[in-house]
Design a protein around this ligand. Structure first.
Ligand code: SF4
Length: 413
């Protein structure tokens, strides 16, 4: 049974599907939209949408570029065909910008694979590990920082439960396991239950965290059966990923309430995305709606430097300015922190005084090209200096698309 009450098939959807099937998360996963043609077939009102008309991305183009498209029928039903800048469409539709010249060339700029002591487990911080449970998602978000994994049609590596548990037990400083992917809730209930009960039997762990977009892109996944499983485990934290208030539908609200009633602590992380949620008004509305659904808005992330995502990047300081604008107008617990993930495995740091040391001046020793710096014409670059929790210094490149290919690579404003 899906989230109560059953969600009727929206009138915009042109598919022979019963309400009962529409509400089955397995049906939604099995009928994932994997091409623009299939999207238009399900949503004929999108046929003349400018993003679809002006930026054709057929299956062959996607395949040659190694890109994967995936949108759950539910998420597709939320697209506003009358808006050129619909935030749902912009997050799910592959665009030409993804296959054009881009300053980002490293598919793993955060060095997650480098800090992998056993397959499918990243151990970057002393006290916690991140386990890639699954490479499948209900929606393949165009800005995804794990594009290198979720764009691969191959399933996740074979079951690593034994080797991962063995590793955690051998490292007594590990106190938290983050279940991520892909989307861990794409796994079957029985598999999730086994993993959770195994982890909760390890005495050194004080926290288990699930990272999932299911409450956003497939609220039908939050079934009473799943909530009954989660209810057995305490304390359980779940970090979801709403980027725009338009995503916080009545169905999502019900799914989140079910999770809260099952005793799950809810947090949200969002990514600052140009043209989607890069304004104070949108972030303020999002935070208010999250609070109303029982979710603490924890983090606003700077978009990571993933190939094919430069068009989503904003000015680096914009996130900090938005957070400053929220302060005083929302309860303190509802103001997220603006987080920058440092390239090369430096880890996450807030864009705050202790960690952010300012723009790197010309001729500073760190104002130098790194192996990743192959900035094509038409992009401007400004370098910022951060220090991580280990007091190591890292450079962040702020990228801006510029219409004039003759501009210099310095002095970005
Ligand atoms: S749901 Fe998460 S892991 Fe999956 S594509 Fe979206 S951002 Fe990436």
């Amino acid at each position: 049974m899906a989230a109560d009450p059953l969600i009727p098939v929206p009138g915009v959807i042109q598919a022979p599907v019963s309400t009962a099937d529409w509400n089955r998360w397995q049906w939604q996963m099995q009928n994932q939209i994997t091409s623009v043609a299939a999207l238009v077939s399900l949503r004929p009102d999108l046929k003349n949408h400018p993003l679809i008309q002006n930026e054709p991305m057929d299956e062959k183009t996607l395949r040659l570029a190694g890109l994967r498209m995936g949108i759950s029928p539910w998420y597709a039903s939320l697209i506003d065909a009358g808006r050129v800048d619909c935030p749902i469409l912009l997050q799910g539709l592959p665009r030409q910008a993804e296959i054009q010249a881009d300053p980002f060339i490293d598919p793993d700029p955060l060095a997650e694979e480098l800090y992998m002591p056993v397959p499918d487990l990243t151990h970057r911080y002393p006290d916690r590990v991140l386990w890639y449970l699954h490479h499948s998602c209900a929606v393949y978000c165009r800005f995804c920082m794990r594009r290198r994994k979720v764009s691969q049609p191959a399933p996740a590596a074979a079951d690593q439960l034994d080797s991962i548990v063995q590793y955690i037990r051998s490292q007594p400083q590990i106190q938290e396991v983050i279940l991520s992917g892909g989307d861990p809730l794409a796994l079957a209930d029985s598999r999730l239950e086994k993993i959770l009960s195994t982890l909760f039997s390890i005495p050194q762990l004080i926290s288990i965290r699930i990272h999932t977009r299911m409450p956003v892109v497939l609220p039908m996944r939050i079934t009473p059966e799943l909530c009954a499983i989660l209810r057995q485990f305490f304390p359980l934290n779940l970090v979801t990923h709403f980027n725009h208030p338009q995503e916080l539908t009545a169905a999502s609200h019900i799914a989140l309430r079910c999770l809260r009633q099952a005793g799950v602590q809810l947090f949200n992380q969002s990514v600052l995305l140009k043209g989607i949620n890069d304004s104070l008004a949108i972030q303020s509305d999002l935070a208010r709606r999250l609070i109303a659904s029982g979710v603490t808005p924890a983090y606003l992330h700077r978009a990571d430097e993933i190939p094919g995502t430069a068009h989503f990047h904003t000015r680096l300081d914009l996130g900090a300015e938005i957070i400053a604008g929220l302060r005083g107008h929302l309860p303190g617990y509802a103001v997220p922190r603006y987080i920058v993930d440092l390239p090369g495995g430096g880890g996450k740091v807030p864009h705050e005084k202790t960690y952010y040391q300012g723009v790197i001046a010309p001729n500073h020793p760190m104002d130098a090209n790194t192996p990743q710096d192959k900035t094509p014409a038409g992009f401007g670059v400004r370098r910022h200096l951060f220090e991580n929790y280990e007091h190591r210094q890292f450079q962040i490149r702020e990228i801006e698309l510029r219409p004039n290919p003759d501009v210099s690579n310095n002095g970005l404003h």
